[in-house]
Ligand binder design. Structure first.
Ligand code: ADP
Ligand code: MG
Length: 558
């Protein structure tokens, strides 16, 4: 600590580059500080520091992190604690550019595994961005000393050093998240794809704010779909079980259909206490499917949905740099099937109508033989019966789906009702089959994941400026429509996984999907640090589906 103090003293007012001398490790009273990387100027990405705290010093009982899920919950909790302490104790801007800022990467409403706080049997480590203060290009050592010797210890001591009395909140956080995970893992046994607990608050504050809507109408399961589960910490919980099969969500406009579906989309993740969706669990292999015109498609067999295209273009290895609504939605499904998804989540609001349905009158006018598209309507049952893939479909406009649904939930004033019996009475016969090309799982598909530097750069960079926009060397991968991607740390991890794949498995011997799965398993075992050659704390764990989604949207030549 004294070393750092005198070093700082000696570089006061010098050129900013002299900060580089600070790199190294220092012993503070209750923790060790490591300055891992020093920024080049006050406008650059802030310096990276980390603090290490021994287990004797942090005082958190090992029981709190003896399983992966508990550890993730605990790390999430600690990250939030650091974040709150920074807000409280750090003055912030002092000098040029970002001078004086301190920052830790934290989760939003979801609890994702990250690498900002890491706990193991030896120590607890937190990684921060720390903008070393400067005035113009000269060092403000006094301000830096204030940050290191006053603010940082206050942040660490109030967020990472625990006493017996202060552990209750931490325990509650861990137990709630563990319960959610167990709820999700019980779904299979219950033969369900999703569960929404009574009392859940599904609507969000706004379209761009993931916090709960104050005063939202709490969820209440319809009698017919009611299910009771028992969770280890919370005990008995009642709610609505969406069974495997085809489920429709119907209802008038603005009655909460999309809100329910969106909660189910996010139900693949655990949520923090107070979110309102703590006990909304969807099977981990559920994938949102939507139309996404203009996306790129690389050699995907969309023939089960679209048999030929104008000019007799074959569709069993279909590529385009500019997909239409229907071709994009078809590709999205086929790609999800390649990754063994078990449930499709579809909202008519974001679907291509001609991909979803074709009604009797249109079939009379344009005979099936002239229409290359087989709408999902005609294949959704087969997907379930032959492949075990369930679907949850929001539809307010078309009654055709009533005939293929196993059950129908009507949203009325934000409340669900089971209207299956009535729906089946009205439905009429199942739509007549068309000639069909079977779904084939193309495990062998490989993609070119090469990453090339921009013209004037020596090395290709992976950067994320917007949550769902991945800069992958000179390519930009547009993930804006990949709706289950929730954190920019996931987006960057995806970029790193793709380039890892390119570097270490250039041949993708067992196919793209299997290779990505293998890398992801490795990351899950060894941690996100595997993906970076330097120490940083801004990554978050993505799912296989979102990694594959990025690979599939890369505009490289095959
Ligand atoms: P739909 O898809 O049926 O047209 P939405 O799900 O888009 O309806 O919901 C319409 C509006 O109602 C949205 O602004 C949403 O936030 C709000 N809303 C949804 N569910 C609830 C609820 N349970 N309580 C209060 N407001 C809700
Ligand atoms: Mg809607």
């Amino acid at each position: 600590m004294e070393n750092l103090r005198s070093l700082l003293h000696s570089i006061d007012d010098k050129g900013y580059k002299a900060y580089k001398q600070l790199q190294g490790t220092y012993h503070f009273n209750l923790f060790q500080l490591t300055i891992d990387h020093v920024q080049g100027d006050p406008f650059a990405q802030p310096s990276r520091i980390s603090v290490q705290i021994s287990k004797e010093q942090h005082g958190i009982p090992p029981l709190f992190w003896n399983q992966r899920i508990r550890q993730t919950a605990l790390e999430d909790f600690l990250g939030r604690a650091v974040h709150a302490a920074i807000k409280k104790h750090v003055k912030g801007r002092r000098g040029t550019g970002r001078s004086g800022e301190m920052e830790i990467a934290v989760n939003g409403q979801q609890v994702l595994r990250r690498n900002a706080v890491l706990l193991d049997d030896d120590q607890l480590e937190a990684r921060l961005l720390f903008a070393l203060p400067g005035s113009g290009r000269s060092i403000l050592a006094g301000e830096a000393a204030e940050m290191f010797f006053n603010e940082l210890p206050q942040v660490v001591e109030s967020s990472l050093i625990w006493t017996r009395n202060s552990l209750a909140g931490m325990q509650q956080h861990i137990e709630q998240i563990e319960d959610q995970n167990i709820l999700r893992s019980q779904l299979k046994q219950l033969k369900g794809v999703a569960f929404v607990a009574d009392g859940s608050v599904l609507p969000r504050y706004s379209g761009i704010d993931d916090h709960p809507l104050q005063g939202g109408v709490p969820f209440k399961a319809p009698e017919e779909l009611k299910c009771n589960v028992t969770l280890p910490h919370q005990g008995p919980v009642s709610g609505m079980l969406i069974p495997e099969g085809i489920t429709l969500i119907v209802g008038g406009g603005f009655h909460g259909k999309s809100t329910l579906l969106q909660a189910l989309e996010r139900g693949i993740y655990n949520h923090i206490p107070g979110d309102g969706r703590e006990l909304v669990a969807t099977c981990a292999e559920a994938v949102k499917i939507r139309a996404e015109d203009h996306r790129t498609i690389n050699q995907v067999d969309i023939s089960p949905f679209i048999s030929t295209l104008p000019g007799n273009r074959a569709t069993n290895s279909f590529s385009t740099a500019n997909a239409s609504g229907s071709t994009s939605q078809a590709a999205n499904i086929i790609e999800a099937l390649e990754c063994d998804c078990t449930c499709l989540l579809i909202d008519e609001d974001t679907s291509a109508t001609n991909f979803m349905i074709r009604d009797q009158r249109m079939r009379k006018l344009v005979p099936d033989s002239q229409e290359p598209i087989t709408p999902l309507l005609f294949r959704v049952r087969e997907l379930y019966e032959k492949k075990g893939i369930s679907s949850i479909i929001v539809t307010g406009g078309s009654g055709d789906y009533l005939a293929v649904a196993d059950r129908v939930i009507m949203m009325d004033n934000y409340q669900p009702f089971d209207v299956t019996t009535k729906a089946h009475q009205l439905a009429g016969s199942k739509p007549a089959a068309e000639t069909r090309i079977p779904f084939q799982k193309d495990h062998q598909r490989r993609l070119n994941l090469a990453i090339k530097p921009l013209p004037r750069q020596r090395e290709a960079k992976i950067q994320v400026r917007e949550q769902r926009l991945l800069e992958y060397g000179r390519e930009r991968i547009d993930l804006s429509q990949v709706e289950q991607l929730v954190d920019r740390g996931q987006t960057e991890a995806i970029g790193r996984i793709l380039s890892w794949c390119h570097q270490h498995h250039p041949e993708q011997k067992s196919g793209l999907q299997a290779t990505l799965r293998q890398i992801l398993e490795q990351v899950e075992q060894q941690g996100l640090d595997l993906l970076l050659p330097w120490k940083a704390g801004h990554l978050a764990l993505p799912r296989l589906y979102e990694i594959a989604a990025a690979a599939n949207r890369l505009r490289n030549k095959p």
